[in-house]
Design a protein around this ligand. Structure first.
Ligand SMILES: [Zn+2]
Length: 323
């Protein structure tokens, strides 16, 4: 199977290559730090991205370590990784978006070769990295202003073979929660665009708030290794992880006003629909809104910034399957 632009980095079996891959037709230049590890033996191609959100450091560190840990002589198949997708935002420490056009890259797929910079980058990654692969992992964590409970996200995309393969990858990763959602539940996400093109894929999230904590890096790395073992690319490193709590919906609560945010729940906490989960106040401390849980489930995502803007998310509640 050809990996097009990325395969040119490491055309020889049993080799590793690192380099910058330039996205065509984006000025000023938008270059992607990429690593291709081509195994000595045949096997599937796994595409991996991190740094779609530039200040999500745990996955960037974990994917970088994976590329340095893999031994091409023992690898079956190929790993093709982009370590930081949002390179213009990296040294800016951009939250959510890229500084070129203010767009969230993981809401810009499938993108367009003639669109704005985010759409061009998205389209390039879809056509050159994700669609030619046999499986795809998009590694994330909570952003600079987010806490989260570890989870994997995959798309049901018609309940077919691709959905089942994505679900198995999500479970192999070994995180606490596995969320199977409709492909349009997060419009423009890379993993869903890949799945719609027939490539099983997941988002995996652990870590938060700009902290490169070693425990989360280790668990992200182990998740990637577990998926590679599941795909037959490496030997298993240990027993299978315990099965996750399966969820089938993420219910987001957003703010309609710019305010200060005072959540009263923590990530991982069980909440009941209607329960008070926080307040919005004005800058003088006057209560403007009481925030109530919009579903019963587990607080998977929680914004931890005092300042929130109208339209911003406040929290995400994962609803366990069958509830
Ligand atoms: Zn992210």
């Amino acid at each position: 199977m050809s990996l097009s632009r990325f395969s040119q980095l490491a055309p020889e079996a049993g080799s590793v290559a690192r380099g910058w891959v330039k996205v065509p037709n984006v000025e000023p230049a938008w270059e992607l730090p990429a690593v291709v590890v081509r195994g000595a033996q045949d096997g599937p191609t796994l595409a991996v991205t991190s740094g779609m959100h530039a200040a999500e450091y745990v996955p960037i560190e974990a994917v970088t370590r994976l590329t340095r840990w893999l031994d091409p002589a023992a690898l079956r198949g190929t790993l093709a990784a982009v370590l930081v997708v949002n390179t213009p935002g990296f040294y800016e420490r951009s939250i959510y978006v890229n500084p070129r056009d203010g767009r969230n890259l993981n809401r810009s797929f499938p993108g367009h070769p003639d669109g704005d910079p985010a759409e061009r980058v998205a389209n390039f990654l879809l056509e050159e990295l994700i669609a030619p692969a046999d499986a795809y992992v998009d590694a994330h964590c909570g952003d600079l202003i987010e806490a989260l409970s570890p989870f994997t996200l995959w798309t049901r995309a018609g309940e077919g073979e691709v959905a089942q393969s994505s679900r198995q990858m999500a479970h192999a990763y070994g995180f606490e929660h596995s969320l199977g959602v409709e492909p349009d539940s997060v419009p423009g996400a890379a993993y869903a665009s890949g799945a719609l093109r027939g490539v099983p894929g997941i988002i995996a999230e652990i870590g938060q708030q700009g902290v490169v904590d070693e425990a989360s890096v280790q668990r992200h790395l182990r998740g990637l290794q577990n998926v590679m073992a599941h795909l037959g690319m490496i030997d298993p490193l240990g027993p299978l992880p315990p099965p996750p709590l399966e969820m089938d919906q993420m219910v987001w609560t957003r703010t309609d006003i710019s305010a200060t945010y005072h959540p009263t729940v923590a990530v991982g906490e069980d909440v009941q629909e209607g329960q008070v989960v926080g307040e919005l106040r004005d800058i003088f401390g006057e209560t403007l809104r009481t925030i109530r849980a919009q579903a019963s489930g587990v607080v998977v995502f929680l914004v931890t910034s005092l300042a929130v803007r109208a339209g911003d998310p406040l929290l995400g509640i994962g609803v366990p399957a069958g509830r």
